[in-house]
Design a protein around this ligand. Structure first.
Ligand SMILES: [Zn+2]
Length: 218
């Protein structure tokens, strides 16, 4: 219920401003860690739930989407941080964050300024500044079925604008600790979610990125 109320309140002032490059900071005081957008299953009266708000406490977790996971594994996604291989990843997807909300993302530790790479081709759906996530980037895959979410960025790479096409492996941003990340522990918060039929950049069913690369060759 809390999330619904919060969403409604935020929704009254957060309206899509599609041409705005960086948007208003969300007011989600319970966050200590960036989280992926609310799940598709979330019932909210707000027509535009605030992106990157907490993962809707009270809503049952969506079941793992096995077909989406196996589909994404066929795409040979690039690990999104330069110099980090699969063996260096650890699964932080189910770690609890503030207010008991699940993390539903992969944290990849790296020095500040390390290049962040597009995991595959696609386009920049949104550049967004949020209180928990800091400087963030939402990328859609080529089919518009999936969104890739990169958070706590130090900044964007040159030429990265909303609507820009990106190529797999392209430098799109740099690792940082913006938002609620500890300044002493810069990292990339990376999430994948399967978009709903509406293709809303802030809303979808989360998929564990760690499982994409767990069995990959180093
Ligand atoms: Zn994280």
């Amino acid at each position: 219920m809390l999330a619904v109320v919060a969403g409604a309140v935020i929704g009254t002032w957060f309206r899509p401003a599609a041409t705005t490059q960086t948007s208003a900071v969300t007011s989600s005081p319970q966050q200590v860690e960036a989280l992926p957008p609310v799940r598709t299953a979330a019932a909210s009266p707000a027509p535009e739930p605030a992106p990157n708000t907490d993962a809707t406490p009270g809503t049952p977790a969506a079941p793992p989407d096995a077909s989406a996971l196996s589909h994404l594994r066929t795409r040979d996604l690039t690990l999104p941080v330069t110099g980090v291989g699969p063996a260096q990843l650890s699964d932080t997807y189910t770690q609890a964050r503030a207010a008991g909300a699940p993390h539903e993302a992969l944290d990849i530790m790296a020095p500040r300024g390390t290049p962040v790479l597009a995991v595959e081709d696609g386009r920049v759906a949104r550049l967004f500044l949020s209180k928990p996530g800091g400087i963030t980037l939402y990328q859609f895959d080529p089919s518009g079925e999936y969104a890739y979410y990169y958070a706590h960025l130090d900044g964007y790479a040159d030429g990265i604008t909303e609507g820009a096409s990106v190529r797999k492996g392209q430098v799109i941003a740099y690792v940082g600790s913006t938002g609620n990340a500890s300044p002493d522990a810069p990292h990339l918060h990376f999430a994948i979610f399967k978009l709903g039929a509406e293709r809303q950049w802030w809303r979808g069913t989360p998929i564990n990125p760690f499982l994409i690369w767990r069995d990959a060759k180093p």
